[in-house]
Design a protein around this ligand. Structure first.
Ligand code: SAH
Length: 349
């Protein structure tokens, strides 16, 4: 038997790639469609009811199939939000959050094990980045959550652990896989990719022709403030970032959403709101939206949540900037990302 490392990660293959492997194995083409359908439902081996034993044995020789396993699951008593701690085949942990909205179920997924972006307020980055997730592991979070809940997931946000654009090729491959008509078939318009602002990668993404929603973690209105809380700002200034956003809109016609986490005493004053409105109007000549997020306190960071959220929002609105405050789901299960994985790691050390 080949070891797992020599085998092909079947769930990371596109439909076309799987088809050519199946043909190479001397099997008829229609098997690819059947197998692709099964694995996207999380079924393998004897669960693939119309695949003969001889072919299943061959598949096991050539491919490996592994879904993220539920290590821990927290269900909110308030709103039914579910937080999953998943264990990957190599023992690493990641998190996903399942949320119910009127327009359907949303899953927030991770893109890396840990993160190396170093944002000062974020729990996911405290222990650095361990590795990138493969496309199969991003897809696998959705498949495992659908299997567990028995419900279809219609929206995906890449706002869990990791920086999706720091794992660019795998993220792009995942986006093509998840929207495949023979697979999960989740429309790209129902998918948001959130980034701390890797400008070169935003430029690349604009050329991919993927109608996703891009969310920018802005969190500040000037370079001084942004560099204090987000080290990526030392590489790309806020002006460079906003210019890239404007170019992205011109190329894709997709409205950009800005995330702004309000941190007490750092970025939450009324003057701050004024400066934010000014810089957005200067650089963004397209419809945009600011999503205000009250900080989820992470004890190691020493940063506190703002008491000025409503004032900040009203100031932006009065200056003609479209702003909303993110509804907090799963308040009783600490649903902000990175915290469960950190707990699990601490327990195993
Ligand atoms: N790396 C990507 C996606 C992961 S973070 C990014 O930076 O966008 C998803 C969102 O949660 C980002 O807007 C991030 O800045 C925000 N976030 C991280 N930690 C937070 C915290 N403790 N409280 C509130 N928002 C937080």
């Amino acid at each position: 038997m080949n070891s797992i490392l020599e085998k092909i990660d079947i769930l990371s293959l596109s439909y076309e790639e799987l088809e050519s492997k199946i043909i190479e194995m001397g099997e008829p083409k229609f098997r690819a469609k059947q197998i692709f359908g099964w694995i996207n439902k999380g079924m393998w081996d004897d669960e693939m009811k119309n695949i003969p034993l001889s072919l299943r044995n061959k598949l096991n020789e050539v491919f490996f199939f592994a879904l993220p396993k539920i290590e821990r699951k927290l269900v909110s008593k308030i709103d039914g939000t579910i937080k999953y701690l998943f264990k990957l085949h190599d023992g690493e942990f990641i998190e996903s959050v399942f949320m119910k909205y009127e327009h359907g179920n949303t899953l927030c997924i991770s893109s890396q094990v840990g993160c190396r972006m170093g944002c000062k307020f974020c729990a996911s980055t405290l222990l650095g980045r361990v590795r990138n997730l493969h496309p199969s592991e991003m897809l696998g979070q959705i498949i495992s959550a659908e299997k567990d809940t028995g419900e279809r997931i219609s929206n995906v946000v890449m706002m869990g652990i990791g920086e999706p654009l720091d794992n660019y090729d795998n993220t792009i491959k995942f986006l093509r896989l998840v929207s495949s008509v023979n697979g999960l078939n989740i429309g790209l318009r129902h998918i948001s990719v959130s980034t701390c602002g890797l400008v070169d990668r935003i430029n690349d993404l604009a050329n991919e022709g993927l109608p996703i929603t891009l969310s920018i973690s802005l969190h500040a209105y000037d370079n001084d403030t942004r560099s204090q809380i987000m080290p990526i700002n030392n590489k790309y200034s806020i002006e460079q970032l906003l210019c890239a956003c404007q170019k992205y809109f011109e190329k894709t016609s997709r409205r950009i959403s800005f995330e702004y986490t309000l941190i007490a005493g750092k970025n939450d004053t009324e003057e701050g709101a004024q400066s934010l409105a000014k810089i957005l109007k200067k650089y963004i000549h397209s419809p945009c939206h600011v999503n205000l997020i009250p900080l989820n306190e992470v004890k190691e960071t020493g940063l506190g949540t703002s008491k000025n959220v409503t004032n900040f929002k009203n100031k932006l609105l009065s200056l003609g900037i479209n702003a909303t405050v993110r509804r907090k789901l799963g308040a009783d299960i600490n649903a902000s990302c990175g915290q469960l994985r950190r707990q699990a790691k601490e327990e195993t050390i």
